[in-house]
Design a protein around this ligand. Structure first.
Ligand code: NDP
Length: 393
């Protein structure tokens, strides 16, 4: 039996992961489930999956969960707080860790899993964006495995040779074609963008996801974070990554080789496919995803990206280029700006402005340890919040 911790079990990726695991209960044993505030959902998950540990990052929520489980499943040990997330990511009985906490909140536990030598199923792209080199070193130095859950990166992984230690050029890769749906506002008149509501922004045309990543998809910051993620995962610079709009989200990404071959991975837009792939790799298991009906899909379209419409994408390319702590600053400012947009404190088109102003206010620093990353993350949040307050007054 493979022991698994699901960090962020109550979220969209967490729920899809538990769906796949439930189909293979003879193979995988759930050791720990974590959430932040959704007590009712984590309680139900504990009753179904009977983990040894249930963690609530929020202490008050942990108390409520403890009170519920004391009666319904007293064998489940309830832990509270951010340190408990690191603990359940590093337990000896855990083989695999699904890192599916959203945002910077998932950084420490994702790295803890890498340091403990686990197979890390990485959905929490923000962790890799913030701490790229540190994260990759932790994987390599501790004999951990890193399997991408993002559908694009999982697709690229499936189309790539296994040894990338000497760079993409050495294995004959010419470029990576990272596909993007373009989100809900791909064709919205530019002058309307400042009036779009949070509800419109989170209504993604193809994928059902958490709120933060849905807004990131609408601004295409999600694609920007994915460009940075791809550079770290596949040991390349951003010049080899080309973003291609593909509104149907059927091709999840492609790899072009020097001989002109282009390998693609296709499938229905359902995160259970990359999750099942990463759980079973190098084998395959049933995921519950239906067969791809190409006749029903009919057409696959491709378009170039309009960087004017999606300034967040350019900001992400530039931050990766700047290096050091710039991607962590970009990520922190984006998290603050997206939260403010969801609270209707700023408009949709304010999001890139807040990020750009934050990046201009804070010079990027060399990153050689996690504390630098965490300090710059904190400073960027403070600066971004100030910018938002100034705009409101
Ligand atoms: P959700 O918002 O649906 O879920 C987020 C999870 O993180 C929940 O379990 C939530 O707990 C938990 N969480 C939130 N804040 C904290 C905190 N401070 N400390 C600990 N846990 C916390 O997000 P998604 O599942 O959509 O996304 C998760 C990650 O996966 C993101 O990094 C996203 O970019 C990535 N991803 C998601 C995809 C998708 O299809 N959804 C696709 C590709 C990547 P609670 O629910 O209890 O508040």
């Amino acid at each position: 039996m493979i022991g698994i911790t699901v960090l962020g079990a109550t979220g969209s990726i967490g729920v899809s992961t538990l769906d796949v695991l439930a189909r293979h209960s003879e193979q995988y044993r759930v050791i720990a489930l974590t959430g932040n505030s959704q007590v009712e959902r984590l309680h139900e998950q504990c009753l179904q999956h009977r983990p040894q540990y249930a963690v609530m990052a929020n202490e008050a929520a942990a108390e409520q969960l403890q009170a519920r489980l004391k009666i319904s499943a007293p064998d489940v040990e309830v832990l509270a707080g951010a340190e408990a997330l690191e603990k359940v990511a590093s337990l000896t009985e855990v083989d695999y860790v699904m890192a599916a906490i959203v945002g910077a909140a998932g950084l420490r536990s994702s790295i803890a899993a890498a340091k403990a030598g686990k197979r890390v199923l990485l959905a929490n792209k923000e962790a890799l964006v913030m701490s790229g080199r540190i994260f990759m070193d932790a994987i390599r130095e501790n004999g951990a495995e890193l399997l991408p859950i993002d559908s694009e990166h999982n697709a690229i992984f499936q189309c790539m040779p296994s040894d990338l230690s000497h760079g993409l050029g050495k294995v004959g890769v010419r470029k990576v074609l990272l596909t993007a749906s373009g989100g809900p506002f791909r064709e919205t008149p530019l002058e309307m963008l400042q009036h779009v509501s949070p509800a419109q922004a989170v209504a993604h045309p193809n994928w059902s996801m958490g709120k933060k990543i849905s807004v990131d998809s609408a601004t295409m910051m999600n694609k920007g974070l994915e460009v940075i993620e791809a550079c770290w995962l596949f040991n390349t610079d951003s010049s080899k990554i080309e973003v291609v709009l593909h509104p149907q989200s059927i091709i999840h990404s492609m790899v072009e080789y020097v001989d002109g071959s282009v390998l693609a991975q296709l499938g229905n837009p359902d995160m259970r496919t990359p999750i099942a792939h990463a759980l079973a790799w190098p084998k395959r298991i049933e995921s519950g995803v239906s067969s791809l009906d190409l006749i029903a899909v009919g057409n696959l379209e491709f378009q170039s990206v309009d960087f004017g419409r999606f300034p967040c994408l350019r900001l992400a390319f530039d931050a990766f280029q700047a290096g050091g702590s710039a991607p962590a600053i970009l990520n922190a400012a984006n998290e603050i700006a997206v939260a403010a947009f969801l609270e209707e404190e700023i408009t949709f088109t304010d999001i890139p402005d807040v990020i750009e102003e934050t990046l201009s206010a804070l010079p990027s620093r060399d990153v050689d340890n996690l504390n630098t990353v965490l300090n710059d993350d904190k400073s960027a949040r403070a600066v971004a919040n100030d910018i938002i307050l100034r705009r409101a007054s």
